[in-house]
Design a protein around this ligand. Sequence first.
Ligand SMILES: Nc1ncnc2c1ncn2[C@@H]1O[C@H](COP(=O)(O)OP(=O)(O)O)[C@@H](O)[C@H]1O
Ligand SMILES: [Mg+2]
Length: 295
Amino acid sequence: MAKHDGGAVVEVRGVRRVYDTGAARTEALRGVDLSAVPGEFVALMGASGSGKSTLLHLIAGLDRPDAGSVCVNGVDLASLDENARTLLRRRRIGLIFQSFNLIDTLSAEENVILPLTLDGVRPREARRRAAALLEQVGLSGRRRHRPDELSGGEQQRVAIARALAIEPALLLADEPTGNLDSAAAACVLALLRDLAGQRRRTMLLVTHDPAQGALADRRVLLRDGRVVAGPSPDESRPPVPPSVTVDYRPAGGDDWADACAVLSGCGEPPASCRRSAKTAGINPAARLAPPGGSA
Ligand SMILES: Nc1ncnc2c1ncn2[C@@H]1O[C@H](COP(=O)(O)OP(=O)(O)O)[C@@H](O)[C@H]1O
Ligand SMILES: [Mg+2]
């Protein structure tokens, strides 16, 4: 059984995963090591097919490795049966997917309440917590809307609120902005960055976008099922793309929304972006600055 290194929230050692469909055999992961400590924001990068989602699924306990070990909060997932893994996922891990995975027939509020109810939280308390979370993601006014009555960016913010409902130690996000236009994507990412940074939450973000990767503390690059860059902090840091102009001055007022607009390349940030900036108290200009890069 794998030992965990003091305090790591995620510890992956020598993980292999082979998909054998009979017709084809794919070595999706060929011996991957990865760890993340409390409060760390790690971007998991790599081309399509490099094994990013497979690795995230293994860390979430949605799948099992063919070799190697995955520890979450010091617990080796292989030592848990199916029920215990489901409980660990429900109580400790927040999952955010590209396709939002909201329940269509439930309102935004009911979607956020669901994991709390599953965890035995009383209805009144669950409603109170859901309202606070929806306010945090700037969606107080959309509580009773069903997913099909919300924009993609709003649906993803509901999904983020739902993922946070259980106060997870670990947030796993698989290309969370993949289905969003650039303005909504910038808002969702800034929000995620801010919320993940609270309470020493660890975040693993799968993205193939260097601009998103640049926001992380550290980047891990996968190629053909192997880690080819990382884990040292700056070796895989991509340059901030030249098309992105970020104001590094200390921000106040509406600078967050402005930075959001700059990042997304549009002049005017969407109203929802401004709202979420206000309620979440986000100051992205500071956050977007590369280390040592402030003016
Ligand atoms: N359920 C599956 N069955 C067979 N092959 C799969 C399955 N899931 C992923 N793969 C293959 O494993 C490799 C890695 O996939 P994936 O982890 O989804 O990559 P990424 O998320 O980086 O795009 C790809 O070649 C993919 O086709
Ligand atoms: Mg994927």
